[in-house]
Design a protein around this ligand. Structure first.
Ligand SMILES: [Zn+2]
Length: 101
């Protein structure tokens, strides 16, 4: 087994999530940080994702009160936008993960 960061050969039991003990100490990588190290851009987009859903739901309710067609259109629009944002955020995260390998 090789350390993901420095490439040092280690036996598997010496590695923490694929990082050797030297790298864990040096870079302060603990198992949680390695797993939850999310890209900041991806974070911001995730925030937008939630905002879009909340605003979209409120707008749909107002739309439905005006007329059913506009309510449904706003709802579908929100849904498509939310899914796209989620996908973009996921792609950014995957690229970041690849970069960090
Ligand atoms: Zn290492």
């Amino acid at each position: 087994m090789q350390c993901k960061k420095c490439g040092k050969e280690c036996i598997e039991s010496e590695l923490t999530n694929g990082y050797c003990s030297d790298c864990v100490k040096k870079y302060g990588l603990n198992s949680q940080e390695i797993h939850h190290k999310r890209n900041q851009v991806s974070y911001v987009i995730s925030g937008f994702f939630i905002a879009v859903i909340v605003i979209g739901c409120i707008a749909s309710i107002f739309g439905l009160m005006a007329n059913i067609v506009s309510g449904i259109l706003i709802f579908v629009g929100t849904f498509v936008l939310a899914i796209s944002l989620r996908a973009v955020s996921e792609i950014i995260q995957l690229l970041e993960d690849i970069k960090n390998k």
